[in-house]
Design a protein around this ligand. Structure first.
Ligand code: FES
Length: 369
């Protein structure tokens, strides 16, 4: 039977040293440690699933997985996400998932809440098949959808949280952190939380939200179901003033996020997180060819992202989030100009590393794929 104890700190330091890394090249220390015990790691981060709780059923069920990370996990701030790698059919596939539990310290357990998407190999497996004991590969926590305000700081800053569907997960991480750390109404700090879901049956964390809404904690919860769309006038009434002057976080499907962005105009108080890739508009006037240097093939540039065009050409580049946040798809562009689909900025630098999921060629381009 293998021990699950974490490595002692001294062993951790020795195993993480450059000398040992060079002696164990090319596989590295972690390769050998993993053979002895999957929960031993010098620099890699892995986690064991210790609990799986079904949140909702239906066509796209949702489950919360509690993860016990290796001692290399540095903890997370509320609102951050983690890349989760899973071996499926002999190939490691990586996806980003928001962390739904309150902020964690190094080595502490945390949760991810996952909706099974029809096309999502990783999400479907995690929701439908994952059992306690399953080992996952992780990144460190990433992302800037965070709150810089401590519960201990007296302020009258009214915070606004808006989410839709599975976009509730990072917002719940914020709310849980506030409540755990003593955020309450006594310092006149208010939080308005507005969430849009398809139906009450699709509502994740329904019981907990009811308790939060009923408690005397300074948090007002508004749940909206069905085809109810975000409405700027309604938000003004909910917060009792000009919301563009209030620190606001929005996470959800592209349609919701776009409506909120429109309502906030150029207000710097709005922070945005998409939980699934926005539908990128294709440039129908695109011209030229896209050359795949390593495959030795070319395709007519159809104006979509380089990742989509590579996949259409039968290539299988590595990717994670498909929305420009995880950098797993980064590839070398050797020639030509690309447009960042998120910002519209173009870049013509030669030999440049670009995120191919959010880069579209402008004219002819060549990439190392
Ligand atoms: S796949 Fe995540 S940045 Fe491209």
């Amino acid at each position: 039977m293998t021990s699950t104890a974490a490595l002692p700190p001294l062993a951790q330091r020795v195993l993480g040293s450059r000398l040992l890394a060079s002696l164990t090249s090319p596989h590295g220390v972690d390769h050998y440690l993993r053979q002895i015990n999957p929960m031993w790691a010098a620099t890699d981060v892995r986690a064991r699933v210790v609990d799986v709780t079904r949140e909702t059923d239906g066509e796209h069920p949702v489950a919360t997985l509690t993860l016990e990370p290796t001692s290399t996990w540095r903890g997370h701030r509320s609102g951050q996400y983690v890349q989760v790698g899973l071996e499926v059919a002999g190939r490691r596939t990586t996806r980003c998932f928001s962390i739904s539990s309150a902020a964690s310290l190094p080595g502490e357990r945390f949760t991810i809440t996952v909706r099974a998407h029809e096309e999502g190999i990783v999400s479907k497996y995690l929701v439908r098949e994952a059992q306690p004991g399953l080992i996952l590969h992780l990144s460190q926590a990433e992302g800037a959808f965070t709150v810089h305000e401590s519960a201990a700081t007296p302020t009258n800053n009214h915070l606004v949280m808006i989410s839709g569907g599975s976009g509730i997960t990072p917002v719940m991480s914020h709310i849980r952190t506030f409540l755990r750390d003593g955020y309450d109404d006594h310092a006149q700090r208010k939080i308005t939380f507005v969430h849009y879901a398809r139906s009450p049956e699709d509502q994740i964390f329904a019981e907990e939200l009811r308790e939060i809404a009923a408690a005397d904690n300074g948090i007002t919860v508004h749940l909206r179901y069905g085809p109810h769309l975000f409405d700027a006038d309604e938000l003004r009434l909910m917060v009792g003033g000009d919301y563009t002057d209030m620190d606001t976080w929005v996470c959800g499907p592209a349609g919701l996020v776009e409506l909120v962005q429109e309502a906030y105009g150029d207000s710097p108080r709005l922070r945005v997180e998409f939980f699934k890739p926005p539908a990128f508009a294709k440039d129908d006037d695109a011209e030229g060819t896209l050359a795949f240097n390593l495959a030795g093939s070319t395709a007519s540039n159809d104006g979509s992202s380089i990742l989509e065009q590579a996949e259409a050409a039968g290539l299988t580049p590595e990717f994670g989030c498909r929305m420009g946040i995880c950098f797993s798809c980064t590839s070398r562009k050797t020639e030509g100009t690309v447009r960042n689909i998120l910002t519209g900025e173009t870049s013509s630098l030669p030999d440049e590393d670009v995120r191919i999921c959010v880069s579209a060629p402008v004219g002819s381009c060549a990439v190392d794929l």
